[in-house]
Design a protein. Structure first.
Length: 93
């Protein structure tokens, strides 16, 4: 038989509980007593949120590096023989 309590808390409740951990300065034990949840639940949610933030940060850093490479390529001067170059008057060479 499966665990009947799986998925018992809403995501919003979990996010709010996790948000109390760092800034409040309270211990996890004090927070779980106030919320009426088990300490391992909050610790697990906190670990998962931390891992998710780490993965998101890695993804954003990869995206940033890719965009920086693209910008560097676009900033390189074009060769004088490039047919797409235009003169000051806007006419193609």
């Amino acid at each position: 038989m499966g665990n009947e309590y799986t998925g018992r808390y809403f995501d919003e409740f979990k996010r709010n509980a996790i948000a109390l951990v760092d800034p409040s300065g309270e211990t996890v034990t004090a927070i779980v007593r106030k919320l009426g949840i088990g300490p391992e639940s909050l610790r697990g949610w906190y670990r998962q949120a931390k891992d998710d933030r780490g993965e998101e940060l890695k993804r954003l850093r990869r995206q940033n590096a890719e965009q920086a490479r693209t910008i560097a390529v676009l900033r390189k001067p074009q060769s004088p023989s490039c047919p797409c170059r235009t003169t000051a008057a806007g006419q193609a060479h």
